[in-house]
Design a protein around this ligand. Structure first.
Ligand code: BG6
Ligand code: MG
Length: 228
Protein backbone atom coordinates (compact mmCIF):
# COMPACT_ATOMS: atom_id res chain seq x y z
CA UNK A 1 0.00 0.00 0.00
CA UNK A 2 1.34 3.45 -0.98
CA UNK A 3 1.26 6.02 1.78
CA UNK A 4 1.09 9.69 0.96
CA UNK A 5 0.84 12.70 3.23
CA UNK A 6 -2.23 14.85 2.66
CA UNK A 7 -1.89 18.31 4.20
CA UNK A 8 -4.94 20.53 4.47
CA UNK A 9 -4.98 24.27 4.98
CA UNK A 10 -7.83 25.27 7.32
CA UNK A 11 -9.32 28.70 6.58
CA UNK A 12 -11.11 28.66 3.22
CA UNK A 13 -10.34 24.97 2.61
CA UNK A 14 -11.96 23.03 5.45
CA UNK A 15 -14.23 25.77 6.76
CA UNK A 16 -15.37 29.05 5.26
CA UNK A 17 -13.70 31.18 7.93
CA UNK A 18 -12.10 33.35 5.22
CA UNK A 19 -15.34 35.36 5.25
CA UNK A 20 -15.06 35.90 9.04
CA UNK A 21 -11.42 37.02 8.76
CA UNK A 22 -12.57 39.46 6.06
CA UNK A 23 -15.43 40.86 8.16
CA UNK A 24 -13.23 41.27 11.23
CA UNK A 25 -10.35 42.93 9.34
CA UNK A 26 -12.77 45.17 7.44
CA UNK A 27 -14.38 46.40 10.69
CA UNK A 28 -10.99 46.95 12.31
CA UNK A 29 -9.62 48.78 9.26
CA UNK A 30 -12.69 51.04 9.10
CA UNK A 31 -12.27 51.90 12.77
CA UNK A 32 -8.90 53.49 11.93
CA UNK A 33 -10.11 55.07 8.69
CA UNK A 34 -8.66 52.54 6.26
CA UNK A 35 -10.66 50.80 3.56
CA UNK A 36 -9.59 47.83 1.46
CA UNK A 37 -11.06 45.92 -1.45
CA UNK A 38 -11.96 42.26 -2.03
CA UNK A 39 -8.89 42.05 -4.28
CA UNK A 40 -6.65 43.33 -1.49
CA UNK A 41 -8.35 40.85 0.85
CA UNK A 42 -7.10 38.04 -1.44
CA UNK A 43 -3.58 39.11 -0.41
CA UNK A 44 -4.48 38.56 3.26
CA UNK A 45 -5.43 34.92 2.76
CA UNK A 46 -2.90 32.53 4.26
CA UNK A 47 -1.04 35.50 5.75
CA UNK A 48 -0.34 35.65 9.51
CA UNK A 49 -2.24 37.98 11.83
CA UNK A 50 0.78 40.27 12.33
CA UNK A 51 1.58 40.47 8.62
CA UNK A 52 -2.10 41.10 7.77
CA UNK A 53 -2.25 44.15 10.04
CA UNK A 54 1.08 45.40 8.66
CA UNK A 55 -0.34 45.18 5.12
CA UNK A 56 -3.58 46.96 6.07
CA UNK A 57 -1.62 49.77 7.74
CA UNK A 58 0.60 50.10 4.67
CA UNK A 59 -2.47 50.32 2.38
CA UNK A 60 -3.84 53.12 4.55
CA UNK A 61 -0.47 54.83 5.00
CA UNK A 62 -0.75 54.51 8.78
CA UNK A 63 1.88 53.97 11.41
CA UNK A 64 1.13 52.81 14.95
CA UNK A 65 3.04 52.41 18.18
CA UNK A 66 3.85 48.86 19.27
CA UNK A 67 1.15 49.08 21.97
CA UNK A 68 -1.54 50.27 19.54
CA UNK A 69 -0.54 47.56 17.08
CA UNK A 70 -0.93 44.84 19.74
CA UNK A 71 -4.24 46.33 20.87
CA UNK A 72 -5.66 46.28 17.33
CA UNK A 73 -4.53 42.68 16.79
CA UNK A 74 -6.37 41.77 19.99
CA UNK A 75 -9.53 43.59 18.91
CA UNK A 76 -9.51 41.88 15.51
CA UNK A 77 -9.09 38.48 17.10
CA UNK A 78 -11.87 39.09 19.66
CA UNK A 79 -14.23 40.06 16.85
CA UNK A 80 -13.13 37.03 14.78
CA UNK A 81 -13.67 34.72 17.77
CA UNK A 82 -17.22 36.02 18.18
CA UNK A 83 -17.96 34.43 14.78
CA UNK A 84 -15.95 31.29 15.52
CA UNK A 85 -17.78 30.66 18.78
CA UNK A 86 -21.02 30.27 16.84
CA UNK A 87 -19.59 27.69 14.42
CA UNK A 88 -20.70 24.08 14.19
CA UNK A 89 -20.26 21.15 11.79
CA UNK A 90 -22.69 22.71 9.31
CA UNK A 91 -19.89 25.13 8.35
CA UNK A 92 -17.59 22.42 7.03
CA UNK A 93 -17.20 23.09 3.30
CA UNK A 94 -18.85 20.67 0.81
CA UNK A 95 -17.35 17.17 0.60
CA UNK A 96 -14.45 17.94 2.97
CA UNK A 97 -15.64 15.31 5.47
CA UNK A 98 -16.18 12.81 2.66
CA UNK A 99 -12.61 13.40 1.38
CA UNK A 100 -11.10 13.08 4.86
CA UNK A 101 -13.03 9.85 5.51
CA UNK A 102 -11.99 8.40 2.16
CA UNK A 103 -8.30 9.15 2.83
CA UNK A 104 -8.54 7.64 6.33
CA UNK A 105 -10.19 4.52 4.84
CA UNK A 106 -7.27 4.34 2.39
CA UNK A 107 -4.86 4.52 5.36
CA UNK A 108 -3.28 7.76 4.21
CA UNK A 109 -1.52 10.21 6.54
CA UNK A 110 -3.42 13.44 7.17
CA UNK A 111 -2.16 16.71 8.63
CA UNK A 112 -3.35 20.27 9.05
CA UNK A 113 -1.03 23.04 7.83
CA UNK A 114 -2.45 26.42 8.78
CA UNK A 115 -1.17 29.90 9.61
CA UNK A 116 -3.94 30.34 12.17
CA UNK A 117 -3.35 30.37 15.90
CA UNK A 118 -7.04 29.48 16.29
CA UNK A 119 -6.81 26.21 14.35
CA UNK A 120 -7.32 23.73 17.21
CA UNK A 121 -10.44 25.40 18.68
CA UNK A 122 -11.96 25.70 15.19
CA UNK A 123 -11.35 22.01 14.38
CA UNK A 124 -12.88 21.05 17.73
CA UNK A 125 -15.91 23.28 17.12
CA UNK A 126 -16.67 21.54 13.82
CA UNK A 127 -15.81 18.09 15.23
CA UNK A 128 -12.94 17.34 12.83
CA UNK A 129 -10.06 17.48 15.31
CA UNK A 130 -9.86 13.69 15.71
CA UNK A 131 -9.38 13.11 11.97
CA UNK A 132 -5.88 14.65 11.92
CA UNK A 133 -2.73 12.73 12.72
CA UNK A 134 -0.74 15.96 13.01
CA UNK A 135 -1.62 19.61 13.42
CA UNK A 136 0.78 22.39 12.46
CA UNK A 137 -0.54 25.90 12.99
CA UNK A 138 0.47 29.49 13.61
CA UNK A 139 1.78 28.55 17.06
CA UNK A 140 4.36 26.16 15.59
CA UNK A 141 6.00 28.16 12.82
CA UNK A 142 8.49 31.00 12.75
CA UNK A 143 8.23 31.67 9.02
CA UNK A 144 4.85 32.37 7.42
CA UNK A 145 3.61 31.10 4.03
CA UNK A 146 4.91 31.44 1.27
CA UNK A 147 7.78 29.98 3.28
CA UNK A 148 7.31 26.19 3.16
CA UNK A 149 8.08 25.69 6.89
CA UNK A 150 4.49 24.86 7.93
CA UNK A 151 4.17 22.07 5.33
CA UNK A 152 7.69 20.71 5.86
CA UNK A 153 6.98 20.34 9.59
CA UNK A 154 3.71 18.60 8.66
CA UNK A 155 5.54 16.14 6.39
CA UNK A 156 8.05 15.42 9.13
CA UNK A 157 5.35 14.77 11.73
CA UNK A 158 3.58 12.43 9.31
CA UNK A 159 6.88 10.74 8.54
CA UNK A 160 6.32 11.18 4.80
CA UNK A 161 8.85 12.72 2.40
CA UNK A 162 7.83 16.19 1.09
CA UNK A 163 7.70 14.90 -2.50
CA UNK A 164 5.09 12.36 -1.36
CA UNK A 165 2.87 15.05 0.12
CA UNK A 166 -0.18 16.76 -1.32
CA UNK A 167 -1.36 20.18 -0.17
CA UNK A 168 -4.91 21.56 -0.41
CA UNK A 169 -4.81 25.38 -0.32
CA UNK A 170 -7.00 28.38 -1.11
CA UNK A 171 -4.30 31.06 -0.91
CA UNK A 172 -1.63 32.14 -3.36
CA UNK A 173 0.95 32.21 -0.55
CA UNK A 174 0.01 28.65 0.43
CA UNK A 175 0.29 27.32 -3.13
CA UNK A 176 3.73 28.92 -3.42
CA UNK A 177 4.73 27.35 -0.08
CA UNK A 178 3.61 23.90 -1.29
CA UNK A 179 5.44 24.30 -4.60
CA UNK A 180 8.65 25.39 -2.86
CA UNK A 181 8.33 22.32 -0.61
CA UNK A 182 8.13 20.15 -3.81
CA UNK A 183 4.66 18.99 -2.83
CA UNK A 184 1.74 18.44 -5.20
CA UNK A 185 -0.33 21.62 -4.88
CA UNK A 186 -4.09 21.55 -5.28
CA UNK A 187 -5.78 24.95 -5.34
CA UNK A 188 -9.28 25.21 -3.91
CA UNK A 189 -11.01 28.22 -5.43
CA UNK A 190 -10.61 30.54 -8.37
CA UNK A 191 -8.53 29.35 -11.36
CA UNK A 192 -7.29 32.82 -12.22
CA UNK A 193 -6.09 33.52 -8.67
CA UNK A 194 -4.53 30.10 -8.02
CA UNK A 195 -2.93 29.49 -11.42
CA UNK A 196 0.42 28.49 -9.87
CA UNK A 197 -1.15 25.28 -8.47
CA UNK A 198 -0.65 21.87 -10.10
CA UNK A 199 -4.41 21.33 -10.09
CA UNK A 200 -7.27 23.71 -9.33
CA UNK A 201 -10.82 22.84 -8.33
CA UNK A 202 -13.76 24.97 -7.26
CA UNK A 203 -14.24 22.87 -4.12
CA UNK A 204 -13.97 19.26 -2.89
CA UNK A 205 -17.10 18.22 -4.82
CA UNK A 206 -14.81 18.28 -7.88
CA UNK A 207 -12.31 15.88 -6.30
CA UNK A 208 -13.25 12.30 -7.13
CA UNK A 209 -12.18 9.10 -5.40
CA UNK A 210 -10.51 8.09 -8.70
CA UNK A 211 -8.39 11.25 -8.63
CA UNK A 212 -7.34 10.56 -5.03
CA UNK A 213 -6.56 6.92 -5.81
CA UNK A 214 -4.43 8.04 -8.76
CA UNK A 215 -2.48 10.36 -6.49
CA UNK A 216 -2.04 7.61 -3.89
CA UNK A 217 -0.75 5.13 -6.46
CA UNK A 218 1.63 7.71 -7.94
CA UNK A 219 -0.14 8.01 -11.33
CA UNK A 220 -0.56 11.75 -10.82
CA UNK A 221 2.54 13.81 -10.31
CA UNK A 222 3.62 17.43 -10.04
CA UNK A 223 3.12 19.41 -13.20
CA UNK A 224 4.61 22.74 -12.16
CA UNK A 225 8.29 23.55 -12.34
CA UNK A 226 9.78 24.24 -8.94
CA UNK A 227 12.45 26.84 -8.31
CA UNK A 228 14.98 25.41 -5.94
C1 BG6 B 1 -4.84 32.00 7.78
C2 BG6 B 1 -5.88 32.92 7.19
O1 BG6 B 1 -5.26 30.67 7.68
O2 BG6 B 1 -4.63 32.31 9.16
C3 BG6 B 1 -5.48 34.38 7.39
O3 BG6 B 1 -6.00 32.65 5.80
C4 BG6 B 1 -5.23 34.62 8.88
O4 BG6 B 1 -6.50 35.20 6.91
C5 BG6 B 1 -4.19 33.64 9.40
O5 BG6 B 1 -4.77 35.96 9.08
C6 BG6 B 1 -3.94 33.81 10.90
O6 BG6 B 1 -5.09 33.43 11.59
P1 BG6 B 1 -5.38 33.72 13.12
O7 BG6 B 1 -6.61 32.88 13.40
O8 BG6 B 1 -4.20 33.25 13.89
O9 BG6 B 1 -5.61 35.18 13.25
MG1 MG C 1 -6.61 29.39 3.66
Amino acid sequence: MHKKGFIFDLDGVIVDTAKYHFLAWKKLAQSIGVDFSEAQNEQLKGVSRVRSLEKILAWGNKTLSEDEFMKLMGLKNDDYLSYINKMDASEILPDVSKTLDFLIEQKQAIALGSASKNATPILKKVHLFEKFEAIVDGNDVSKAKPDPEVFLIGAKLLNVKPENCIVFEDSVAGIQAANTAHMLSIGIGDKTVLHEADFIVKDFTEISSEFLLNIISGNIEKTKQVNS
